[in-house]
Write a protein that binds this ligand. Structure first.
Ligand code: NDP
Length: 258
C-alpha cells in the first residue's frame, strides 16, 4: 500500500456523525464515506439526502434518528455497533442581547451543543474502551472523536451568550477528554470552523452590514463552504493524526491569524 493508503484511508472503520442531514455534518459524512468508512448519518430528521449522496459515490451510509432534545439520546447507540469514529457536529444558535436573553435560549443551546456532546462522547468511549475487536493495522487505537467547536471557542462574539459559553465548553471538554483517554487509545480533538455558509449563518449573510464586516476580516476573502471542513475531519479520523490529542484545529480562512 502507498503512504497515502496507509495513513489517510478510513477503510474498515465505522463512523457516526450527528446533525448529518445538512451543512457541515452532511459534508463530513460524505467525505468520511469517500475515504472508506461506513457512515451512520444521525439527526433529529432523517438524513436521506446525505445517504443518497454517499450511495451515489459508491460508499456505505445509513440514517439514524437521534434527537438531542434529550441530551442523553445517544446513551445506547454505540453498545451493539462497532463504531471507531464519532463526529459531534449537531448544534444550534440563538441570538439576542444579553440583557434580554432568556433561560429557554440558554438551556436549549447548552443542552444541544455541550451537554449532549459530552454524554455522546461518554457513551462512545464506554463502548470503545471495552470493545473486543481492535483495528488490525492500529492495535493500540480504539477510536477517534471529533467535536465541532467554533471561533467562539476562542472569541466572545456578539448577542450569542449561550452559544459562546457552549463552544468555549466544547474546547475545554475536548482537552479534558484527551487528557483522560489519550493513553487508552482514543484520539479526542476538535475543529473550529470559521464563517461557513450554512443554515446556521443564514441570518448573518442576509445582513449586508454584518456580511461585509465579516468578509473584510477573512484573509481568504470568502465565506467557507461546508466541504472546507470535511477534509479536516477525515484527517483527524485517519491514522495520520495518531499523535494529535486535545487539539482545536482552526479551519477559518485565516480569521484567527488576523
Ligand atoms: P446547520 O444548522 O446547517 O446544522 C446543524 C445540525 O445540527 C443540523 O443537522 C441540525 O438538525 C442538527 N441539530 C440541531 N439540533 C439538534 C438536535 N436537538 N438533535 C439532533 N440534531 C440537531 O449548521 P452548521 O452545519 O453550520 O452547523 C454544524 C456545526 O458547526 C454546529 O455545531 C455549529 O455550531 C458549528 N459551527 C458552524 C459554523 C458556521 O459558520 N456555519 C461556524 C462554527 C461552528 P436540523 O437540520 O433538524 O435543524
Amino acid at each position: 500500500m502507498t503512504y497515502v493508503e496507509t495513513n489517510f484511508s478510513l477503510r474498515g472503520q465505522r463512523a457516526l456523525v450527528t446533525g448529518a442531514n445538512t451543512g457541515i455534518g452532511q459534508a463530513i459524512a460524505v467525505a468520511l464515506a469517500a475515504a472508506g468508512a461506513r457512515v451512520t448519518c444521525a439527526g433529529r430528521r432523517r438524513c436521506d439526502e446525505t445517504v443518497a449522496a454517499i450511495d451515489a459515490a459508491g460508499g456505505h451510509g445509513e440514517s439514524l434518528l437521534l434527537d438531542f432534545s434529550d441530551p442523553l439520546a445517544a446513551r445506547d447507540v454505540f453498545a451493539d455497533a462497532d463504531y471507531s469514529i464519532l463526529v459531534n457536529n449537531a448544534g444550534i444558535i440563538r441570538r439576542d442581547e444579553s440583557l434580554d436573553f432568556t433561560e429557554e435560549d440558554w438551556d436549549a443551546v447548552m443542552d444541544t451543543n455541550l451537554k449532549a456532546l459530552f454524554f455522546t462522547c461518554q457513551a462512545f468511549a464506554k463502548a470503545r474502551l471495552t470493545a473486543a475487536t481492535m483495528p488490525e493495522d492500529r492495535p493500540s487505537h480504539r477510536g477517534s472523536i471529533i467535536n465541532i467547536a467554533s471561533l467562539l471557542s476562542f472569541q466572545g462574539g456578539i448577542r450569542v451568550p449561550s452559544y459562546t459559553a457552549s463552544k468555549h465548553g466544547v474546547a475545554g471538554i475536548t482537552k479534558l477528554l484527551a487528557n483522560e483517554w489519550a493513553a487508552r487509545g482514543l484520539n479526542v480533538n476538535a475543529i473550529a470552523p470559521g464563517y461557513i455558509a450554512t443554515n446556521n449563518t443564514e441570518a448573518l449573510r442576509a445582513d449586508p452590514v454584518r456580511n461585509t464586516a465579516i468578509l473584510d476580516r477573512i484573509p481568504a476573502g470568502r465565506w467557507g463552504e461546508a466541504s472546507d471542513i470535511a477534509g479536516t475531519a477525515v484527517f483527524l479520523a485517519s491514522p495520520a493524526a495518531r499523535y494529535i490529542h486535545g487539539a482545536i484545529l482552526n479551519v477559518d480562512g485565516g480569521w484567527l491569524a488576523r
